[in-house]
Design a protein around this ligand. Sequence first.
Ligand SMILES: Cc1cc2nc3c(=O)[nH]c(=O)nc-3n(C[C@H](O)[C@H](O)[C@H](O)COP(=O)(O)OP(=O)(O)OC[C@H]3O[C@@H](n4cnc5c(N)ncnc54)[C@H](O)[C@@H]3O)c2cc1C
Length: 436
Amino acid sequence: MATKRHVIVGAGTAGLNAIRTLRQAGDKGEIALVSAEAPYSRMVLPYYLDQSITEAHTATVSPATLDKWGVTRYFGRRAVALNTKANKLRLDDDQELEYDNLLIATGSSAARPRIKGADDPSLYTFWTLDDAKGVNQTIGPQTHTVVVGAGFIAFTILNGLIGRSKNLTIVESESRILPRMVDGTGAKIMEDWLKARGVKIRTGARLTAIEKKGAQHLLKFKSGPSISADLVVMATGIHTNLGWLKGSGVKIKAAILVDDQMRSNIPNVFAAGDVAEGKNLITGVKEVHAIEPTAMEHGRVAGANMAGKKVGYPGSLLINMVGVAGLDLASFGDWDAKKADVITGLAPERSAYRKYLFKGDRMIGAIMAGPSQETWSDNDLGMVKGLVQTGARLGGWKKFLAAHPFGIKKPYLATRTVSSLLPKTVLGQPSLPPQV
Ligand SMILES: Cc1cc2nc3c(=O)[nH]c(=O)nc-3n(C[C@H](O)[C@H](O)[C@H](O)COP(=O)(O)OP(=O)(O)OC[C@H]3O[C@@H](n4cnc5c(N)ncnc54)[C@H](O)[C@@H]3O)c2cc1C
């Protein structure tokens, strides 16, 4: 049989995990990797900002490993068109690559708000290594930084910003922070915590324009006073990089619709990561989970199936975790389920909160807040995530949790959840640390 030609578009988490899995599965096919950017991890950019790592530490794979895997690189090049009838991918210099299997893993880009002045290049988003470098060079101890948007991405960079300059304001158009990550109680705990540490937060603030006044930026709002800033970072959402697929016949809803093997409607075209609309582990509904664990799992399942294995994917667990100025906040699974039994525990004096959502005696979602030391030292976050992920039956332990909402350890141990989480790869082999 002729050697298979695999073409991977995107060298992010999903693309690289697919390649790693192809080779782990013993696939000897040719691999071409096309990527606008060379490989690095977006998720570690906040640590580059807080200066706990250098640029070199953001790399996710070395040239030596790519050589070992026999990967032909097309870095700094973009895919611009796909002909699924002829199995050809066109790049931005008109070169065409033929494939037997194609993986689309082009991720997302930061979206700027559609208001006057938002496109000014001296305003930053925080999605790429170049963005991080720009913010790194601009910020100083006296800088007044304004973060526009109070969602998950904004919160991943707050530690870095707080550590680098003491003058920080967050503006959010909705009535509270983190509206798509936690409920009102969780949001209030974080808001109070940050305000007590000198961070200014303005919610319900609809931005209408950003004007340049010399080196300053003037943020104007529908109502209320304008704000002057030295540095503006916009964390106002993302959009998937799928425009180049126009006319390809690949079916796109919110993103590329994939089956349990990460195949699109075209059998030899796979999709993974932020661009794939795959199954939610808890609800079974197809949706986009633009998070790192989903990109990794999607990539591995796609890689296994491109290697000719038959690997099904049960679905991805929604996980959002942020830690800011010593307070951890997290949500898992179907944390906003409308029809669920709910158990809550609130200890405002120590900024601690638990919310568990149940279907019968299975935990289907959770929200947690607490000082980092408390949640991490008890490993509460990991235990709750494990219970949601495995769908363990809690039986009488549900009643126990209602009486002791902060006592997750006993139910976790009693349900032997840890044994269902033993590390196993999609290829059924024991997990090994990734090669860098
Ligand atoms: C600051 C920050 C912090 C984050 N923190 C977390 C976190 O704590 N936890 C978490 O779970 N997630 C986090 N995320 C999200 C996570 O990084 C993404 O979900 C993940 O990177 C998605 O992986 P991916 O492979 O789908 O896409 P990406 O990693 O975005 O990779 C896509 C690749 O495709 C390339 N590309 C794009 N268009 C084209 C084209 N037309 N042709 C060729 N190449 C193209 C890009 O250059 C890139 O190399 C964070 C993201 C950011 C920005």
